[in-house]
Write a new protein. Sequence first.
Length: 399
Amino acid sequence: MMRRRRPSRSSLLALLTNGPAFPISDPNRRPRRPAALSSIIATVLLLAGCTGAAPGSSAPSTAVASLAPATTAHAPVASPRSQVPVGSPTASAASVPSVGSIVPESTFDAEVSVGTMVAADAAVWVFDWTGVTRIDPATNQVRRFDLQGDDGSDRPSVLGAVGSGSIWVSDFDLDQVRRYDEKSGALTATISTPKPEGLLFDKGALWIGDHRSGSISRVDPKTNHVVATVKVGTEGSSGPERLIAAGGRIWAGIPRDLAIAGVDPATNRAAGTIPVIFPGNPCGDLGSFGNRLYVSGCASVQRLGVVDIRSMKAVDSPAFDGHVTAPVTIGHGLWLGVIGTESELTALDPLSLKTGRSLPVSAGVPTVLLVANKSLWLSIENEPAKEAWVLRLPVSAFD
């Protein structure tokens, strides 16, 4: 994939922590945080107060409120840079990372940092710092969309979703979710919503983690209107983060409350809250296996929160030798990334929570995992070198 000039270390750190318009000293500004997991980012997160609250936080409300729609439609006209067809994936380079002795099926370049990977509409979608890349699993051909705001400026796009023929991106700084046409990359609508974080398209709707209001909102893609907002946590910083669908519910990690909370999409009502076992801190990505949810913590947390959504109880908070990613299911087990002194992918038994074999990751740290089309898609980031990749690995190598 063609690579643009990357920001300098100082400018990248400023973008990751504050965005272009806010000083680092602003106590009311929550840092934009893609999947970069370096110690520098962890330190900034701690200084900004985005770690979870101490045990004993007040119980969340379960009231349901409908919001008046706030949306702006746009003529579907793509900017000249909105779509960049690209040919084959990266061929080879000395700095390209590896996972043990596994030979990748393909290796793709990414831009600065990958925040979300989604399998939807017969493709794998990779959301990074400047846009999204569509990968055709049948051919490994890629198509790049540089997603811009309605003023034509580049906007962060690391948290996104795909559904209803559209690409959806949350913008925490501008209090909006933007909708782009899946085929042209043209901006088609802007939906106003307070401090959006994680996005999920499920049950024919777009779900938004409203980070500061302690809520999860539902958007009807037919109208681009917010049709329901469900209170699932307390208000304030470190609210709902990433989302996952499991057991017929929509779930979000809420680091402020040290809990995972759910919404019933059939009724648009809160489906209960499950406190995680301290010192777990549910501010990362979520994975699932059977009736269990697994949520990683903030960059400084070396724990994996595990809860049971059938009994609505916490199971455990196993510790690792480093920060962990959310796990993915392969066969009858789980795999997750561990970022410590050395980086690796580690097998985890979903029931006993005992670790199995590990595979070293070279040239970077694992950030996001996705299983789709009989492959494990793994994003790897080398923050000091400002390099990032997506590796496509045969899932059979992890059975």
